[in-house]
Ligand binder design. Structure first.
Ligand code: ADP
Ligand code: MG
Length: 207
């Protein structure tokens, strides 16, 4: 049995991984995927390039495939480039289930993004600033039913620079949700992270 299957992922995801030459899970993926599938919050800490994106994207896609419902997940990441990188991986892996995703970042037309958001994407991948703008400008746009909040590069997102936007964004989220935080470094931001999650946290260090 391949290592992804052993983590509890369905055959269609394992096949999709194989298609792009990914056979064995990285340590952070081994730690996090079963936790996410079990419905738990998760803090994943592993160095850059260790496969953190698929550590959240794969289990999230599996849960989505079993219960598609409105905007399902919000992924926050600090930069436009990272948002597109994450979107690429979601797109490839989510193809078999017809994943609809939407990238909401600065420098693009607000109206066009508003249109994309109105098409009921499953996953919204966004930088905090632009998401904040949409929450303020569009009355019908809601994140109240998301099941997953993913904070990628959590140390940067929670460094303080985005606090004003985050306050508004967190107000727009439901209390009940699964929180998945990923970071290359996780030091003094940890307290803040715990506050964000408000729930039981699991710390996976694979450095
Ligand atoms: P980071 O931990 O910095 O977020 P990424 O998730 O962007 O790293 O992954 C870095 C690269 O590794 C990507 O190109 C991704 O496709 C690849 N990758 C992810 N998981 C695996 C795996 N299990 N085996 C081989 N390559 C992988
Ligand atoms: Mg990353």
């Amino acid at each position: 049995m391949g290592s992804f299957e052993a983590l509890g992922l369905n055959p269609w995801i394992v096949k999709q991984c194989q298609m792009v030459g990914i056979e064995n899970a990285t340590p952070i993926q081994k730690e996090c995927i079963p936790q996410v599938l079990a419905g738990k919050d998760c803090i994943g800490c592993a160095k850059t390039g260790s496969g953190k994106t698929l550590a959240f994207a794969l289990p999230l896609l599996q849960v989505l495939s079993e219960d598609p419902y409105g905007i399902f997940a919000l992924v926050l990441t600090p930069t436009r480039e990272l948002a597109y990188q994450i979107a690429d991986q979601f797109q490839i892996m989510g193809k078999p289930i017809g994943l609809r995703q939407c990238v909401i970042v600065g420098g693009m037309d607000m109206m066009r993004q508003g249109m994309e958001l109105s098409k009921r994407p499953h996953v919204v991948i966004s930088t905090p600033g632009r998401l904040y703008d949409h929450l303020g400008s569009c009355a019908t746009f809601t994140l109240k039913k998301i099941k997953f909040l993913v904070i990628d590069e959590a140390d940067r997102i929670l460094s303080g620079d985005f606090d004003e936007q985050l306050k508004r964004i967190f107000e727009a989220l439901p209390e009940q949700r699964q929180n998945l935080l990923f970071s290359a470094t996780m030091t003094d931001t940890l307290d803040k992270v715990r506050k964000v999650a408000k729930k039981e946290m699991f710390l996976h260090e694979t450095k």
